[in-house]
Design a protein around this ligand. Structure first.
Ligand SMILES: *Cc1c(COP(=O)(O)O)cnc(C)c1O
Length: 470
């Protein structure tokens, strides 16, 4: 064995101890770590040493060269995009997934059957969201891949309606896709799937400050299709204003018309955990497929999302992703193999962080996390509303505040204003454009964020306003 490898193997306990101490120090000081990096002077090396330096020296070099560009995106005041943190139990699960290094594919057989754990985790998630158990599901790297997976099965369904097997023959017919306010990743998925992003047919949104589907327009467009099949991409939580489509109305349309119904619920799914907001997803159990992110409101580390697809479509799903010649067709636990069920073949035990955090905190824990995020969002929205220098660009619906400097004359100052807020290193928010206006988005999904954090955020904003005026 190579001497550095041998040495690291001998010292694995000390090495992991050192890593643990470094990691714990990072987490303990997460409040003080900057939310943005000003360090643009990191020099990259393009040559690999012949001999190596061993793991401990590598850790020291890493700290010395790269620590400055690691921001506290897992901390409580990183409100940009929709950025979740990692619960303690999720970290435990993620560390162990690395230690175990399973290749999670099969639930039966003599080798690695860790997919049983993934199978159980999907059941726990269905329970968390009060969804029926007639969905099958699996883990992928993010909601983009989850949308891709669901829309790939939808594409196969569409072909079958025309008597074609797109998976085997390729796409020979234009695929009809309807949507009102799809996330950019669904559009990207249409490109990746060969459906073509230009083939998306836009449905009107409800008049007023809404991003949700206008059901009347949807029905009109359906009627114009004259009975031809189509795929509907709907939203449980749009990114700018967290609007929800009316799932009960869509479910009614499904009784009359033939279409594949997909819901992108990347973070909006978690409304189901709150007694005051679960009405937003009523009716979603009738969808054919649902996308949910793990690394947002579930608060597990990055590279984590999952999909739910109705079990009645498992044949379509296997036709889409079949890799081996032994597809399972019977009981889900007979010969189930994820490599015939989703894009990847070899894959880590990605469900483990989710399994741990669900076990550790249960339904109540997630209700608390979700209610806390919503409560802080409402408070922040109120702060924006009450300040004359600021205005809400959209109503606060769930966990996101979309705002701007008030007055059209201030539109060109937004970029600089946001840059100064983010330069503080104490809070991070992202720019957006809504209804033709430049603005700022703050999304609350991190389990750590509390009222003290909100006070700090408000202070930074007030400071940015007053220095702007000077
Ligand atoms: C974040 C998000 C996505 C994409 O998720 P990734 O995890 O970044 O791949 C898709 N849809 C919605 C609604 C999202 O918020």
């Amino acid at each position: 064995m190579n001497s550095f490898l041998q040495n690291d193997l001998t010292n694995i306990e000390a090495l992991l101890q050192l890593t643990k101490e470094y990691g714990v120090d990072f987490l303990k000081n997460i409040d003080k770590r900057p939310t943005s990096s000003k360090e643009n002077s990191v020099e990259l090396i393009n040559q690999l040493s012949t001999e190596g330096i061993g793991a401990e020296a590598s850790l020291h070099e890493f700290i010395q060269r790269f620590e400055s560009i690691i921001v506290s995106s897992t901390g409580p005041r990183y409100l940009g995009f929709v950025t979740g943190g990692s619960t303690p139990a999720a970290i435990v699960g993620d560390w162990l997934a690395t230690v175990f290094d399973q290749n999670t594919q099969a639930v039966k057989g003599q080798g690695d059957i860790s997919a049983k754990i993934e199978f159980e985790t999907i059941q726990l998630l269905l329970d968390l969201f009060s969804l029926p158990k007639d969905f099958l599901g699996g883990f992928v790297t993010g909601a983009t891949m989850s949308n891709f997976t669901c829309l790939a099965v939808a594409r196969q369904w569409f072909g079958k309606q025309l008597g074609k097997d797109f998976a085997k023959e390729g796409i020979s017919e234009k695929v009809t896709i309807l949507s009102a306010t799809p996330h950019s990743s669904s559009i990207k998925s249409l490109s990746m799937l060969g459906i073509g992003s230009n083939n998306l047919v836009k449905i009107k949104t409800i008049e007023g400050d809404r991003e949700a589907i206008d059901i009347t327009d949807l029905e009109q467009q359906i009627q114009e299709l004259n009975g031809k099949p189509f795929i509907l991409i709907s939203s449980a939580g749009t990114v700018n204003t967290v609007d929800f489509d009316d799932f009960e109305a869509i479910a009614k349309l499904r009784e009359k018309y033939k279409f594949w119904w997909h819901i992108d619920a990347a973070f909006g799914a978690f409304a189901a955990c709150s007694s005051d907001f679960k009405h937003l997803v009523h009716g979603w159990e009738n969808a054919d497929s649902i996308t949910v992110d793990g690394h947002k409101w579930l608060n597990v580390p990055y590279d984590n999302a999952f999909f739910f697809v109705k079990e009645q479509h498992k044949l379509l799903q296997i036709e889409t992703f079949q890799n081996s010649n032994a597809p399972y067709l019977g009981n889900p636990l007979d010969n189930f193999n994820y490599l015939n069920f989703l894009p990847e073949n070899s894959r880590r035990l990605r469900a483990l962080p989710a399994w741990f955090t669900l076990k550790a905190y249960g339904k109540k824990g997630y209700q608390d996390i979700v209610d806390n995020s919503i409560h802080l969002t409402q408070q922040f929205g109120q702060f924006i509303q009450e300040n004359n220098s600021l205005e809400l660009l959209a109503p606060v619906r769930l966990n996101t505040v979309c705002f701007s400097l008030s007055g059209n004359e201030n539109q060109e100052k937004i970029t600089d204003f946001l840059a100064r807020i983010n330069d503080s290193g104490k809070v991070f928010m992202t720019p957006t454009v809504y209804n033709g206006k430049k603005g700022i988005r703050a999304a609350f999904v991190n389990w750590r964020t509390n009222e003290t954090d909100l006070e700090i955020v408000k202070e930074i904003i007030l400071e940015a306003i007053s220095t702007r005026k000077k």
